[in-house]
Design a protein around this ligand. Sequence first.
Ligand code: NAP
Length: 345
Amino acid sequence: MNETALTVHQTARPHGFPTAEHFAFVESALPRPPAGSALVHNLYWSVDPYHREMMDDVPGGFALGAPLEGRTIGRVIASRTPHLAEGEIVFHRQGWRTHSVVTPEEIRRLPRFDGVPLTAYLSILGGTGLTAYVGLTRIARLREGEDLFVSAAAGGVGTATGRFARLLGAGRLVGSAGSAAKAGHLVREVGYDAVFDYHDGPAADLLGKVAPDGIDVFVDNVGGEHLTAAVGALREFGRIVRIGTISQYNTPDAPPPRFNHADIVEKSLRMEGFLVSNHRDVQEELYEFAVPHLQSGRLALDETVVDGFEGIVEAFLGMLRGENTGKIIVRDRAEALAGRSGQRF
Ligand SMILES: NC(=O)c1ccc[n+]([C@@H]2O[C@H](COP(=O)([O-])OP(=O)(O)OC[C@H]3O[C@@H](n4cnc5c(N)ncnc54)[C@H](OP(=O)(O)O)[C@@H]3O)[C@@H](O)[C@H]2O)c1
């Protein structure tokens, strides 16, 4: 067992794009769990765009000089509660650190599905997949044959949205991503019909080329110019599913997007945002829907796995820069050496 623990702190508030200078790795003795709690050695960490929002001085944001939060999966290595057994795998929210002290109330036990690796509980079966599934089934209320446009299509939510939309019988599926390589990958591997690189020109022109007959649903992870373009391309009774606004997280001074408000009335459009945290009740339904497809191979995992906890800050910054394809996940180096990217229970 390691005798020291590493914890990431945020040390300063960024204005614009954050850098490694805004973080510090803090070493300490291995925490001793007080009675009623257990010590978890973390194995897989999620870093997410919402962490960038929490870096700002906002209510509920990260405190400076304190451990950060994030979704994490680890193994209990010492327990002082009968409710947590040594060796158990648990999910909790005390991420960005190699070791966490948790109480039984702070953890969730993950269900066991044959052939499903642990990483899936941070990607397609976790908050990322749940966001995509809720967006399509509860907010868009997607019907078979409807045509979709997905922004940030190569990311965690974007790839899950594409794969779920295909399984739900979507019609034409188009997306936007940050490079030609990502666009090609989405068409070859994920099931998109056409994807544009949003650096290649105005989003409205590029969307017009890949969806000349318009769209029924826009799943928006980006905001900004993408939203303006989609309002113009939506057909009558179209829906805009507002999931995220990543184009604005690092550009706080950019003006908010402008779009034709009359389109909302004249085309009877509906724009609705949501937070996945308000839809936890859909988790079991997601398992019922997705797990058989994962097991049959009809649904694949889209993940970028970074090895070694010391890479967590760079993984987060790289995700903000678009270096990931699919969900970004950080993996403990020992797990990597044991070849457990696809660790089965
Ligand atoms: N509502 C909710 O409850 C909820 C839950 C989860 C996530 N979200 C939101 O969903 C979105 C996607 O999250 P995710 O976890 O799946 O992250 P992700 O898409 O895997 O990673 C972020 C991606 O955003 C793209 N990006 C970065 N800057 C951009 C810009 N200026 N314009 C366009 N694209 C940009 C990058 O890809 P490119 O190479 O394509 O630029 C990057 O890979 C985020 O907005 C996030 O906040 C919301």
